[in-house]
Every structure is written in C-alpha cells, then in structure tokens.
Design a protein around this ligand. Structure first.
Ligand code: ASP
Length: 451
C-alpha cells in the first residue's frame, strides 16, 4: 500500500530481544512504515511481569519510603537483555540510573509509569536506526491534565514532517510545564491513533499477539471465526461490551479522517488480521452478524407505573436519582407502563436500597423490582440493517437452548441487539447464537455467515 503507515507495537511484541528482531523484520519489510509507536516491554510468558506494572510498584514502594531496588532490578535486567541481545550501544545503564534516581526523589506516578515506553522508544529507535521523539514534547495535555487535541496535532505535524523515520513512545505525553501525564492503561493504542491522525496516515497498524478480532470470546467457543473487516461503529458495540484487543478510545482520533486500523500479529506475519474501517465497500455482510460480545454482573431495576408516559418529567426524575448517586446507566429499555434501568453491579453495590427509596419518593412508582446477577450480550453487525430474520434466528436459538430472555433492546441504528439473560445462562447464550449463524446444519436457515 502506498502512503504513510503508523505501526504501533504492543508490549508482547517488544518483550525481549528476540521479539525486537521480529519487529525490525516487519518495519523494514515495508518502507512506508516510518512512524513507530512502541509500548513498554510486556509479558514474555504466562505469569511474567509487565514493565509498566513493575514501575507502578516502584512508585508505590518509594512513596511509602520502602526500598524499591529489588523491583527495579527486574526492570534493569529486562532492558539489559534487550540491549545485549541486539548489540546496542545505547547508554542504558545511565538512562536506568537516572530513572531510578528520579523515582527515589519522589517523581510522580505518571512519570514512573511512562518510563517503560520512554526507554523502549530510545532502544527501538537505536535498533531501527530512526530518530527518537519524546512523546512529552509532542503529545500535549493541558494544565488540568486533559488531552489537548489541537495543540498535539500542531506539534506533531510540525515535528514529524521534518523526519524520515521516527519512534515515538506510546502511553504518555506532557504538559507545558514539563509534567508527564499518561493515558489510561493500554493507552499506547491511543498514541498510535493520534500520530496516524496528525500525519494523515494511509493506515494505522496495530501489532499485537493475537490474530485480530474473533467473532466471539475463544474462552467460550473453541476456535471461533476471525473478523476480517469491522466498522468503527461495530467495534464500539463489541468493545463496549468487553471484546478487548484495542483500547476502546483508540478509534476516536483516526475515525474523523476515516483512517483504517489494521490489527496484526507480530508472531504470525502471514496472517492478514482484522481491518477496522469507516464503512464497508461491499454489501457482502448483508444478513450476517459481525460478532457477539458481552459481560456478566449487571443489576436491573424494573419500575412500573400506570400511565407513566402521560407524566411529564418522569424520566428526568428517574435519571436524576442515578446521577445524584454517581451511577452510570448502561441501558434503559422501556415498554408500556414500565421501564428498566440497567447498571453495572459494581456501580450500584451498597446503594441499591437508597436508590429504590429515592425513586419511590421522586417518581412514586406502583412497583420497583430489582433483578441481580444479570448478563448482557450484544449481537453486533451493520449487516442486520434492513435484513429480515436476524432477530428470529437469535431468539429461536436462545429458545432452543432453553434460555430465558430477561431483556431485549435494539438501538434505532439497527447495529446491535442487546439481550439480557441470567449470569448463569451467559456462556450458553453466546454459544447458541454463534451456532445459529455459523453452524447451519443445526438449523433450517441458509448459513449467511458462511458465504
Ligand atoms: N504500558 C502501558 C500499559 O501496560 C500502556 C500500553 O501498553 O499500551 O498499560
């Protein structure tokens, strides 16, 4: 593909010197890969430490006046192995000593956490023979600690237009006083997207250790089908419900310009991965679903009141009870004379009696019933739009698996159907719906997802 590519490499892609070598092969393979965004070294094997976690630990110990040298030693060894394994001349000991001293002198939590990406950026730039640009200089936060999009775009495009190949560490930036500020955990994905937007990239590649998005959680369905193409909107639907591969905020910067994101596997370069696009060119997904995601642990408050819709301000009063108790509402499906408010169990824990009491006072309902231990699952796909039979297929599959559906909600965009079931029925429901679209031998329908 012609045009500039931003390639972000996740922690496992840069976990040690042998992973670094794979990254170099990928970068040199395509001369358009000129903007490289690394994470901090991640886990090399199950149970291993992520450098970022160790850095947080050092900060925690140091801020309580506890010696953190042993933990820091683990960080030191990781970077030393990378340097040695690649034969780099970077003065790594000096860099590490400086970071150690700063943590010792009480550097901020964000500064400490960011050093994983910072050091990895310096090493990778050396290894790839590219320029190193400190994210603190080009990714700007305001003095309240909020990301400053306008300033960042200006700084990045000014700086990067002059450079041929650059490495910019992910996960952090800085304010104008030189304080380091980090994005949320996993935030190197966000940096990659910001850089792609600033340089008008043709493509934002996100290199990780998975084959891309799968139609369902592989812990529930064995060997599920990969999702080759997915729209930003569909991805919102899936990641909101817990399909983590890419940080959920990472689509926003590139979305404005419609820059596609490709998820690729550093350990399997031959895999095509998943492509996230603004809109599909073909209509081949008609009648298909893109994926199923979901989460357990919701509480539903069902509120009944005769002629509720005839009462002005009823919904406002109801919603304000949740707002004043600082609780996010996930969904609010309604029907005649009743409405359900769905919230995450963690949010409402310990507050449920108080909330019910306040609803009784402000909204004077006929009845409020709480249902706990609910799971929500989202069946997502732009191919359902104006397609008959999708919901018939979903609900028949659930019926045949003897699952009691507790709630159904379909947004007006027809992009997803959200279904509430009991926690215990969650896995069974996901399997049943997946089968209904993939395994047509069980059903009388055409296997639309196989085409
Ligand atoms: N290293 C950071 C983390 O572990 C950021 C990232 O990897 O994207 O959260």
């Amino acid at each position: 593909m012609d045009g500039r590519i931003v390639a972000k490499f996740g922690g496992s892609s840069l976990a040690d010197s042998s992973q670094y070598k794979k990254v170099k092969t990928i970068v040199v393979e395509n001369p358009n890969r000129k903007f490289i965004v690394p994470s901090a070294p991640g886990r090399r094997f199950k149970g291993d430490h992520k450098i970022t976690d160790l850095l947080y630990m050092c900060h925690q110990l140091s801020s309580h006046g506890i010696h953190f040298g042993e933990v820091f030693q683990l960080i030191r060894e990781r970077y030393m192995e990378i340097c040695k394994g690649l034969g780099l001349k970077t003065p790594i000991e000096e860099i590490l000593d400086e970071v150690y001293d700063n943590i010792h002198k009480g550097a901020s939590r964000d500064y400490c956490a960011s050093r994983g990406e910072y050091i990895n950026g310096i090493l990778l730039a050396d290894f790839l023979n590219m320029a190193f640009v400190d994210a603190a200089e080009v990714i700007r936060f305001d003095l309240k600690g909020d990301y400053d999009e306008g300033r960042t775009e200006k700084l990045l495009s000014e700086k990067l237009s002059k450079l041929g190949g650059v490495v910019i560490p992910g996960f952090y930036g800085g304010d104008e006083n030189g304080n380091i500020i980090t994005f949320p955990r996993g935030g190197s994905d966000i940096t990659g997207s910001i850089v792609a937007n600033a340089i008008d990239a043709k493509l934002y590649e996100n290199w990780t250790d998975v084959p891309g998005f799968l139609m369902v959680d592989p812990n529930i369905v064995e060997n599920p089908k990969p999702i080759r193409e997915i729209t930003y909107e569909e991805l919102r639907g899936l990641s909101y419900m817990g399909a983590p591969v890419l940080h959920e905020e990472a689509i926003f910067p590139v979305r404005k310009k419609g820059i596609p994101i490709q998820i690729r596997n550093t350990n399997k370069i031959e895999d095509e991965g998943s492509l996230i696009v603004h809109s599909r060119l073909s209509k081949t997904n008609l009648g298909k679903i893109t994926g199923i995601a979901g989460k357990k642990g919701f509480t539903v408050l069902s509120i009944e009141k005769t002629l509720m819709t005839a009462e002005k301000g009823f919904l406002r009063k109801l919603v304000s009870v949740f707002e004043s108790n600082d609780i996010y509402i996930e969904h609010m499906p309604s029907s005649i004379d009743s409405i359900s408010v769905i919230v995450a169990e963690d949010e409402i824990k310990g507050k449920i009696d108080k909330i019910m009491e306040e609803i009784r006072i402000y909204c004077k309902p006929d009845r409020i019933t709480p249902y706990t231990n609910m799971a929500l699952l989202a069946v997502v796909g732009s191919g359902m739009i104006r397609t008959k039979g999708i919901s018939a297929r979903i609900f028949t599959a659930l019926y045949e698996s003897d699952i009691n559906i507790r709630m159904i909600s379909q947004g007006s965009s027809e992009l997803s159907i959200i279904i509430g079931v009991e926690n215990d029925d969650y896995e069974k429901s996901v399997k049943a719906i997946y089968k209904a679209f993939i395994d047509y031998t069980r059903y009388n329908w055409k296997n639309t997802n196989e085409k």
